[in-house]
Design a binder for this molecule. Structure first.
Ligand SMILES: [Fe+2]
Length: 318
């Protein structure tokens, strides 16, 4: 067996696109020395999204992997279901362990294709995980248990450093000092969350206020940071009226998801683990053929408070 979890064993294969790299020679099911962990943090800072293949991690090992990079935090979406009366272990949406989200389109017998479950196969809009909480997770770990065969569910990532750096100067100037309220009413397939009512004006929008540009604590670089945006009323820019907010957000969303800034993981295999940085990337998912099973287990890496580009002394403008 090849050496594993040593400095010499680590191999990095960049995707060749604007972000993303496969990392070989690492198995999180085995002990990871500090120097190897630190090297992975470096590689992560450079490539933003890391792909590890051929792993077989149970939920405890997935949570322990989050522990290597700062700890875990429970997904806020879990709270919405619990508020609606769902108990831990009742269904996939509220797994027994608070730190685990099961992202699955199969029924309790493990079968795909049940009409009532088809909404779990919808496409997911561009977003940064849990940006609608005050302290969003640093990163996410998504581990494939069952994947569809040519059945969609590809995950695309967008580099938000590049999105910010490539904004035209007038747009950079226009967003300076501005903040966005990140709408928590709908999930990423645009369905209202349990217990939430459709908002009628911006006053009904709940969610934290975050700067439109954040500073990455490891790289010191600026990244665009947008909240999930649905039909009005939804996430809005605090300092602008409704009409101006919508117009500016439309321009920013166009800039944020250009193909040139993206990489798509389009050949998911069982055993893949993707580790992405929510501070400087967004991601989206293509729809899944709901007749094909797809089962992923995810955990969130505990976050630190968002560093605002407007408040951090000495932050470098890019
Ligand atoms: Fe997500």
């Amino acid at each position: 067996m090849a050496e594993i979890n040593t400095m010499a064993a680590i191999e990095v294969i960049p995707s060749g696109d604007a972000l993303g790299a496969e990392v070989r020679g690492v198995d999180f099911a085995r002990p990871v020395p500090d120097e190897v962990r630190d090297r992975i943090v470096q590689i992560w800072a450079e490539h933003l999204v890391l792909l590890f293949r051929g792993l077989s991690l149970d939920d405890d090992q997935l949570l322990a992997t989050a522990g290597l990079f700062g700890g875990q935090q429970a997904a806020k979406s879990r709270d919405f279901f619990i508020q609606a009366g769902v108990k831990p272990g009742d269904n996939d949406r509220v797994a027994t362990r608070p730190g685990i989200s099961i992202i699955s389109n199969v029924d309790s017998q493990g079968k795909a294709g049940v009409a009532a479950e088809a909404d779990r196969s919808l496409s997911l809009k561009w977003h940064s995980d849990n940006s609608y909480v005050e302290v969003p997770p640093t990163g996410s770990l998504l581990h494939a248990h069952v994947v569809p065969v040519n059945g969609g569910g590809e995950t695309s990532f967008s580099n938000q450093y590049l999105a910010y750096e490539n904004l035209p100067d007038d747009l950079k100037a226009e967003i300076e000092g501005k903040h966005c309220v990140h709408d928590d009413h709908r999930n990423t397939s645009a369905k209202l969350r349990p217990t939430k009512q459709p908002p009628k004006s911006r006053h009904d929008i709940t969610g934290p206020k975050h700067p439109l540009v954040r500073v990455h604590p490891v790289t010191g670089k600026r990244a665009l940071y947008l909240g999930r945006h649905y039909e009005w009323p939804s996430s809005y820019i605090v300092e602008l009226c409704d009409e101006d907010s919508e117009a500016l957000l439309a321009r920013l969303w166009d800039a944020a998801t250009r193909d040139a800034f993206n990489w798509t993981h389009d050949d998911w295999r069982a055993g893949d683990l993707l580790m992405w940085d929510n501070r400087c990337t967004m991601h989206a998912r293509s729809p899944v053929d709901h007749s094909q099973a797809r089962v992923m287990h995810r955990t969130l890496i505990k976050g630190d408070p968002v560093i605002s580009a407007w408040e951090k002394a000495g932050a470098v403008a890019e």
